[in-house]
Design a protein. Structure first.
Length: 428
C-alpha cells in the first residue's frame, strides 16, 4: 500500500464547538448540519454522499439481529443456520457440506464463538452485538507521546505484529456508530458503554484464504470466514490490552458497535464495490475488518480514489452470479431496500433479506460475489498486480476482457481442495 498523504488531516478537524463524540441534546437536523460541516471534504475524497434523510443505523435492524426478533425473518431454518456453526453441524452427503467440511468450518469459528458467547448471560454477544471485553483496566499513568506520526506508525506495526494484514487510522465519526447496542436477552435496544472522548479509529484488515474462498458456496469455504473472525478476536484483544497498558482508552470491535465499511474506506484501506465489500489493492475484496475506538493521539490516513468505482460502474459480474439476485444493477443510489438498509447514503445496496434467505437455505455463509469479483486474486505474482493497475486505469475494458477469458472466478470443487491439502508440499 502506498504511503498515506497526511497533509489533509486538518480537513477532518471538528468545527469549533463541535464535540468529538455523539453530541447530546441535538435533534437530527442539527446533527446532519454538523456532520455536513465536519465531514464534507473528507467524504468527497472517498465518494461518500449522504442526503437529508440520513440517520445512523440501528443494529437491531441488522439481518442477524432480525433473525431473532422479527417474525418475517425468524424460522426453524434460520435457527438451525446459527446453531450449525456452533455445535457439530448437520453434515450432508453433497460435496462441500460433509462432516469434514463442517468440522473445519466450525473449528475455524471456535475462538470467535468462545469470545462471542462468554457474556451471553449479561445480554452481550461480544464482537457481533457488543464490544470485545478485555481483562486489563486502563493504566493510571499515561505514556507520553511526543511525536504522533512516529507513534501512529509504531501502533500500525504492532497491529501487524499481532497478525493484522492491513492497518489504517481514521477519525471517530459518530454517523457510523449504531444508534444503540442490542441486548440479546430479548433483542432490545440498550445504550452503548462507549467511554467519553474517543477521537480515532484504528481499522484492521484480515485477509481470507484465497483457495478456500474459491470453493464458495460450501460449508468448507465458511472456514475462510470463521478463521478470520477468530484471528480478529485475538488481535483486537491484544492491541486493546496494549493501549490500556499505555494509559489510554480503547474499545475493541468486530461487527458490533458501528458499521465498519465507511471507517475502512476513510482509513485508506480500499474502495467500496457493487457487492458491498471494500476492495483493497492487496487482497481485492477478500478482507474482513475489525476496529478499535480510542483516544490515542494518532495521525489519520487520508485516502485516495483508486479507480474501482469506475470499474464497478461497468461491471455486473457479482450481481449476475448472485443466486437470489440480491445485488443491485445500475449506479449507486440512496434508496432504502428495507429496514436493514441504512437511510440516506448513496451507495450500492444489497437486498439483505434475499441474501440472508439464501444463506439460511444452504445452511452456511455465501460469498459467491466475493469469489467471482475480478479483483479477487491471490496477489502473489506480477500478473495480478498488473491486472489491478489496468483495471483501475482508463484501460479497464481490457482488464474486463482479460478476466472474462481467464476462468479465474470459477468455483473450485471442495474435493479438489481436500486432495491438495493432503499433499506434503501444500504450504510451499
Ligand atoms: S453473499 Fe451470496 S447471496 Fe449474498 S449477495 Fe453475495 S452472492 Fe448474493
Ligand atoms: S464483481 Fe465487478 S461490479 Fe462486482 S464488486 Fe467486483 S468489480 Fe465491482
Amino acid at each position: 500500500m502506498s504511503a498515506p498523504d497526511k497533509n489533509k488531516q486538518a480537513a477532518n478537524d471538528p468545527p469549533e464547538g463541535w464535540p468529538a463524540n455523539h453530541p447530546p441534546g441535538l435533534d437530527m437536523e442539527e446533527r446532519r448540519a454538523g456532520w455536513r460541516a465536519r465531514y464534507a471534504e473528507s467524504d468527497k475524497l472517498v465518494g461518500i454522499e449522504t442526503d437529508e434523510t440520513f440517520e445512523p443505523f440501528n443494529q437491531r435492524n441488522d439481518m442477524f439481529a432480525r433473525a431473532f426478533w422479527d417474525e418475517t425473518v425468524q424460522s426453524d431454518a434460520a435457527y438451525a443456520f446459527f446453531k450449525g456453526h456452533a455445535g457439530v453441524g448437520n453434515p450432508r452427503r453433497s460435496a462441500g457440506f460433509t462432516q469434514k467440511d463442517i468440522a473445519l468450518r466450525n473449528a475455524s469459528w471456535a475462538i470467535s464463538n468462545m469470545i462471542s458467547s462468554r457474556s451471553a448471560k449479561d445480554g452481550k454477544r461480544e464482537g457481533f452485538m457488543a464490544p470485545i471485553e478485555v481483562a486489563s483496566g486502563v493504566a493510571e499513568q499515561r505514556v507520553e507521546i511526543e511525536d504522533s506520526g512516529e507513534f501512529t506508525q509504531e501502533i500500525k506495526n504492532l497491529a501487524r505484529l499481532f497478525g493484522a494484514d492491513l492497518v489504517g487510522v481514521t477519525d471517530y465519526d459518530e454517523r457510523w456508530i449504531y444508534k444503540s447496542r442490542v441486548d440479546i436477552r430479548g433483542f432490545k435496544d440498550v445504550s452503548h458503554d462507549m467511554p467519553e472522548g474517543m477521537t480515532h479509529v484504528i481499522v484492521m484488515g484480515h485477509s481470507m484464504d484465497h483457495d478456500l474462498v474459491q470453493t464458495y458456496p460450501s460449508a468448507l469455504a465458511g472456514a475462510a470466514t470463521g478463521r478470520e473472525y477468530s484471528h480478529e478476536a485475538a488481535i483486537v484483544i491484544q492491541l486493546v490490552t496494549y493501549i490500556h497498558n499505555l494509559g489510554y482508552e480503547a474499545v475493541g470491535s468486530m461487527n458490533d458497535t458501528s458499521l465498519v465499511i465507511p471507517f475502512a474506506v476513510k482509513a485508506g484501506l480500499g474502495e467500496y464495490g457493487r457487492h458491498q465489500m471494500v476492495i483493497t489493492p492487496e487482497f481485492g475484496p477478500r478482507v474482513r475488518f475489525s476496529k478499535i475506538f480510542t483516544n490515542l493521539p494518532l495521525e489519520i490516513d487520508v485516502p485516495k480514489r483508486l479507480g474501482i468505482t469506475e470499474y464497478c460502474n461497468e461491471c455486473t459480474v457479482c450481481a449476475d452470479a448472485c443466486p437470489p439476485k440480491a445485488l443491485p444493477y445500475g449506479l449507486p443510489e440512496a434508496r432504502q431496500q428495507n429496514q436493514s438498509t441504512i437511510r440516506g447514503v448513496k451507495k450500492w445496496t444489497a437486498n439483505c433479506e434475499k441474501c440472508f434467505g439464501y444463506w439460511v437455505k444452504i445452511g452456511t455463509d455465501c460469498a459467491i460475489c466475493m469469489r467471482v469479483c475480478p479483483f479477487n486474486r491471490p496477489y502473489k505474482g506480477w500478473a495480478d498486480r498488473l491486472f489491478f493497475r489496468i483495471a483501475t486505469s482508463r484501460f479497464r475494458s481490457l482488464a474486463r476482457f482479460w478476466d472474462k477469458k481467464s476462468g479465474r472466478g470459477e468455483r473450485v470443487k471442495p474435493g479438489s481442495w481436500w486432495s491438495r491439502i493432503a499433499a506434503p508440499d501444500f504450504w510451499r
